[in-house]
Design a protein around this ligand. Structure first.
Ligand SMILES: *[C@@H]1O[C@H](CO)[C@@H](O)[C@H](O)[C@H]1NC(C)=O
Ligand SMILES: *[C@@H]1O[C@H](CO)[C@@H](O)[C@H](O)[C@H]1NC(C)=O
Ligand SMILES: *[C@@H]1O[C@H](CO)[C@@H](O)[C@H](O)[C@H]1NC(C)=O
Ligand SMILES: [Zn+2]
Length: 492
């Protein structure tokens, strides 16, 4: 039967106002694999149309922001207040990278974010081998460089354990002209990493080559043969403007805010469908569900962070910029970064703040109830929760693993729609939706922000970043001491 004009108008009018009561069950049911996939299809297309990525400082990021903005403002504007938070950061792009071996022929090599340029013609110099230490890391400590005659040479250094920037700093101190870094595992399917803008000026140029290539040179070097290699890095640095997008429900107590965050940027190497299109699409669908309901006791605020891959820049900017009063109003932070890995584990974050357990329990209960092997895991240092942990906001979140075997396309060109486990993504998005709805209805039992965990003298940007760096190093060492630790969403 065809509805009359009148009743159709009535249906449409009803459709515009959120008059159904919010429940956890309704939002769970609203999250659909097809819609999660639809947003990811668009993110992949945005990357394809913009040089293959959605990275900070490049047009694919702006197009991703426009996509989320259009939904938040045009489609959901009646129910959401949205703003874009601009910030500047140093952008780097490597225009050319070349490593030539002792035979003068180029070998496979990739760059690192914030790689420093060599002189225009590149550097051709003697290769010097450096000792391997897979436990403490190779070239990670000053004493590992004593006895290495790197002055005026290219140092051959193994990747792993500590931040690559630490190795490059020590190489510079030892007088090396550059580092030829080789991967820890065989093959050419390895991703890049960021050296962090904080280290600009303190590093030597580097190129990242396969383990097999280094293994063909090392025996010759140890046998005393003198080998020459060359490294050319042509990179540009400049300040570029970028943005976080923040959108919150109009309804709900502004003094009690539940936050959900995902980063909207990818690495320059690929489209970032799992990292972190997966978290970004989950937030979009949760927002799309929430706009249908009323009865929000607490406000729900969604954040799509910029420049995460350059060093958590957008989220650190956001937390640094909050006044103490604004920070107090944020009662819980959920982080969703890489929640659809193709061979997923189900990590539910819970840290040292006693408040964390309230969010973690919500996520755990849903996932284990659906038969997922969910496990509690400590926070690392490599996603946007760091800024919130630093200001003492109770936090949790989900993570399904980076790098092989969980996500062999981590930070690579192949992080496409084919790199998603749809069942895991859907289950995690539903868990996230339920947990947000539950807190929107009641924050009973969730303790306020712990200001003594927050260190007030860290609020300056430089201090926050310094602290972050120090803390990252300590945490990293702690993680690496667990030999059975899962591969983290790591930047080394
Ligand atoms: C970004 O940098 C430009 C140029 O220095 C400046 O004009 C602008 O105000 C900055 N924007 C922000 C948000 O800091
Ligand atoms: C946050 O940024 C806004 C806009 O730039 C500024 O007006 C405000 O004073 C900042 N607040 C803090 C606490 O830094
Ligand atoms: C806040 O954190 C500090 C430092 O970790 C801890 O000693 C203290 O017990 C916490 N306070 C509350 C109320 O949880
Ligand atoms: Zn990520």
């Amino acid at each position: 039967m065809k509805p009359s004009t009148l009743s159709l108008a009535a249906i449409l009018a009803v459709g515009c106002v959120a008059n159904e009561e919010l429940t956890c069950e309704k939002v769970e049911a609203d999250i659909k694999t097809e819609e999660l996939r639809n947003n990811l299809w668009h993110f992949q297309k945005i990357a394809r149309d913009n040089g293959g990525n959605r990275a900070f400082g490049l047009p694919g990021y702006k197009a991703s922001l426009d996509y989320v903005y259009e939904r938040a403002v045009t489609r959901f504007g009646k129910h959401m207040d949205t703003y874009v938070q601009p910030f500047n950061h140093t952008f780097e792009q490597t225009r050319k990278l070349e490593v030539k071996g002792p035979d003068g022929k180029p070998v496979y090599a990739i760059t690192l974010l914030y790689n420093h340029a060599t002189p225009a013609g590149g550097v051709t110099a003697e290769l010097v081998n450096t000792p391997v230490d897979d436990t403490k890391g190779s070239g990670c400590f000053a004493e590992q460089w004593t006895g290495v005659d790197a002055m005026g040479k290219l140092a051959l250094v193994k990747r792993g354990v500590c931040a690559i920037s630490d190795k490059l700093k020590l190489a510079k101190k030892a007088g090396a002209l550059g580092v030829i870094l080789y991967n820890q595992t065989p093959g050419t399917d390895y991703g890049s990493a960021t050296l962090s803008a904080e280290n600009i000026g303190q590093l030597v140029p580097a190129g990242l080559i396969p383990l097999e290539v280094a293994n063909s040179w090392i025996p010759r070097l140890t046998a005393g043969e003198k080998l020459t290699a060359s490294l050319l890095v042509d990179s540009v640095f400049e300040t570029r403007l970028t943005w976080n997008l923040i959108s919150e429900t109009k309804e709900g107590d502004p003094n009690n805010v539940v936050m959900l965050g995902a980063h909207l940027d990818s690495v320059q190497a690929g489209p970032g469908v799992n990292d972190d299109g997966s978290g970004s699409t989950a937030l979009l669908e949760i927002m799309g569900s929430f706009k249908k309901y009323k009865g929000f006791k607490n406000k729900v605020r969604f954040a799509w962070w910029g420049a995460e891959e350059s060093g958590l820049v957008g989220s650190l900017y956001y937390t640094k910029n909050l006044s103490e009063q604004e920070a107090d109003k944020i009662r819980f932070y959920f982080n969703y970064d890489m929640i659809g890995s193709p061979a997923p584990y189900f990590h539910v974050y819970q840290g040292e703040n006693p408040g964390d357990i309230h969010g973690a329990n919500n996520l755990m209960e849903y996932l284990t109830g659906k038969g997922k092997p969910a496990e509690i895991a400590g926070f690392g240092t490599s996603s946007d929760y760091v800024g919130f942990l630093n200001i003492g906001v109770p936090s949790s979140g989900l993570f399904t693993g980076a790098g092989a075997p969980q996500d062999p396309c981590y930070h690579l060109k192949c992080d496409t729609l084919d790199n998603i486990d749809w069942d895991a993504l859907t289950a995690n998005a539903k868990a996230a939706a339920r947990a947000a709805a539950k807190f929107a209805l009641s924050l009973d039992g969730v303790p306020p922000r712990n200001k003594t965990m927050a260190t007030p003298n860290l609020r300056g940007r430089a201090n926050l970043l310094n602290q972050f760096e120090k803390w990252a190093r300590v945490e990293k060492q702690a993680e690496d001491s667990h030999s059975c630790a899962h591969k983290e969403h790591t930047v080394v």
